[in-house]
Design a protein around this ligand. Structure first.
Ligand code: GGG
Length: 358
């Protein structure tokens, strides 16, 4: 029997609740299939650790994750600690050292879920957003000086390297090529950002020559928000910078019905280090501990994890179970307009995996 080593990092807020649900789903699936199992190691990294020990994770914590087959992450962020400390102290402190440069965010309208766009059906909205995950506005370059003085200055540099841009645009072309429509939209702001974003345009044009079967077009990020809402069926694979895709993928999640169902893979496509899977949503302190967090985003992220480790059939089974759960309105959590609890949804998913539909 094959054993996969999984690092579990629930983090903050509802991350704890949804990662617990996700791990239960993964164990149930492994038991049902019987050819593999999971060896899970839990890491108590997050804001509670920050309050106790002054850091969300150990200084060389990313090194502790080397050797795992994958990481299942929950969420980071707390109401009483500045967000830039928590984000940089945990999530980015893992993604950057492990070079998880491709952040992949599929968006579909799952069965039983209604898009807020009145006339949009599930066939009209089937996207994958590829978020550059290592540089751009999240490079970590910048600073703040002359604090408190009128001439105080603060910068966050948007850094784009040819290596960084080429590898993410190549990844996006390959992904677009693997999907039936072979359609890629490259999002920039190259009218206003005339250096880094023009580099993106140049690389896209050069790279397109290697993918003659992929149709591609370019959009400015502001116009892209309009196209996502007005012509969702005109899009398939989308690639954008770290910041632009962060924003666009939240819009995409909302258009698919709820951010609670949206998944993410932070991939190291070269597989030199483990990749990390997490729901898009954050820690949601307003509902933490109430037992009503939507676990579907984590289940879908777990399906992406299975696909990544080579268990494609198990991933497919998990997606089918997810879709049968979302199809049942009684299993919708409050973010989807229902009153189901995390536990009820998780139990129903596990029953589906086990072939018990009670
Ligand atoms: N599970 C996703 C999460 O915890 N996100 C927190 C957050 O603030 N993310 C910002 C970002 O993705 O750049």
């Amino acid at each position: 029997m094959k054993t996969y080593k999984i690092a579990s990092i629930p983090g903050d807020g509802i991350g704890v609740e949804v990662v617990d649900a996700g791990l239960r789903a993964l164990h149930a699936l492994a038991e049902r299939i019987g050819t593999f199992q999971f060896d899970v190691t839990h890491f108590d990294w997050g804001t509670d650790r920050f309050k106790r020990e002054g850091a969300l994770m150990p200084a060389d914590g990313a090194q502790d994750l080397i050797g795992f087959d994958a990481i299942l992450f929950g969420a980071v962020g707390a109401p009483d600690v500045p967000d830039h400390l928590t984000l940089w102290g945990l999530r980015l402190n893992i993604c950057q050292p492990l070079d998880q440069y491709a952040n992949v965010r599929p968006t579909r309208i799952l069965p039983g879920i209604k898009s807020p766009l009145a006339s949009v059906s599930d066939k009209d909205l089937d996207w994958v957003i590829v978020r550059e995950n290592s540089e751009g506005e999240y490079s970590g370059q910048g600073g703040r000086s002359h604090r408190g003085q009128p001439q105080e200055v603060a910068t966050d540099m948007a850094v784009f390297t040819r290596v960084g841009v080429e590898r993410i645009i190549r990844y996006a072309f390959e992904l677009a090529q693997s999907r039936p429509r072979k359609l890629l939209t490259i999002v920039t702001k190259s009218n206003a950002q005339r250096y880094g974003m023009v580099l993106w345009d140049d690389v896209a044009r050069e790279m397109a020559r290697d993918f003659p079967d992929v149709r591609w077009d370019k959009m400015l990020v502001d116009a892209m928000t309009v196209r996502m809402v007005m012509q969702p069926q005109s899009l398939d694979t989308i690639v954008a910078t770290n910041l632009h895709a962060d924003v666009l993928s939240d819009l995409a999640a909302a258009l698919s019905g709820s951010i609670g169902v949206a998944p993410t893979a932070n991939l190291n496509p070269k597989r030199t280090t483990p990749s990390m899977f997490e729901p898009i949503h954050g820690s949601a302190f307003d509902i933490t501990g109430k037992g009503i967090a939507n676990p579907v985003g984590t289940f879908w992220s777990a399906a992406m994890l299975l696909e990544h480790i080579g268990e494609a059939e198990a991933a497919e089974q998990l997606m089918q179970a997810i879709e049968s759960v979302t199809a049942n309105q009684e299993l919708h959590t409050p973010d989807l307009g229902g009153d189901a609890t995390t536990e009820k949804v998780t139990a129903a998913l596990i029953a589906q995996i086990q072939g018990r539909n009670d």
